[in-house]
Design a protein. Sequence first.
Length: 373
Amino acid sequence: MKKIGITCYPTVGGSGVIATELGIRLAEEGHEIHFITSSLPFRLNKVYPNIFYHEVELNHYPVFQYPPYDLALATKMAEVIDREKLDILHVHYAMPHAVCAILARDIAKHEVKIVTTLHGTDITVLGIDNTFQKMIKHGIEQSDAVTAVSADLVRQTEEMLQVNKEIEVIYNFVNENEYYKQHIPELKKQYGIQDEEKVVIHISNFRKVKRLEDVIQTFFKIQSEVQSKLLLIGDGPEYTNAVQLVKKLNIEDEVLFLGKQKNIRDLLSISDLKLLLSEKESFGLVLLEAMACEVPCIATNIGGIPEVVNDGETGYIVELGDTKRAAALGIELLQDPEKLEQFSQNALNRANSYFNSESIVQQYIELYYRVLN
Ligand code: GMT
């Protein structure tokens, strides 16, 4: 049994989900898990006797212009390392979490190993602003082991930072007990969707990089040929623009804005096709969630996406901004029941084999033991 600390942004999309699911799985394997985060990870719904949560508290001292969150986190990490005698501190994101972990390791008396997982956002930040380049590089190089969620993210990190550190690919996974296709035709009815209508779905945090306008334009073309509805799940900065575009295209009756939803499995279970047309995506966890629920995906040839979606087998890969091709492929697939069924099965098989949660959790465990030896 090992004692493992985990730090992530508990409420931020895929990285928070992966960090939490990994913590749960490690706890189920008998390890003792200590989440060191700003709030309770949102997937932590059940009580586990060997999972502990240490909240990073932030007092607002009038003397500081900005509350020093990173220092509060490092202090909390050092405290937990010493008190709980952590073997491993696994942090998600080099900036700020790996940097905080390095500071905590320096402060703590107990020896701990730091494992950092890169999710891509560090690289996105660097693409916009170089200020933090040295900081991120330091966070990576001073970690005892570093993983990234796709081979493309390893390539990008090496290219942008010239890091002197081996970065291992460990893909993301989904909890197969949570993500599987349900037979719930009544849900379609409840949303006012006819039996014969196809359902296209998009799930994201509606950030600009998710290119919501491309999703809507693609669907606009699809619905002109195939009777269908678009489910837009999520919320974020691009929400208003998306609503306006839907109005402008006069497809308000065909597009359902459902906001943030907890039960993604049920919504995927009534969907026939998933669109993810992002301009940046180190992995695209939502694609894997869709595949586990037997939904083929059309996604862009960006970042780690082609490592998740197998072009022409579990869905299609299109170039960024090519909504015409995305729509043509979507129409062809939705109009061909046999092919659609084959793609759905291929998607499920790929999710269960290539991204099998047990084998991925095992890869992390092996890495921990390697680092400790
Ligand atoms: O994409 C986001 O806006 C959220 C971000 C996160 O921190 O969860 O997602 C990143 O990590 C996910 C989990 O590894 C990946 O599936 C996403 O592709 C990645 N996002 C980007 O690279 C833009």
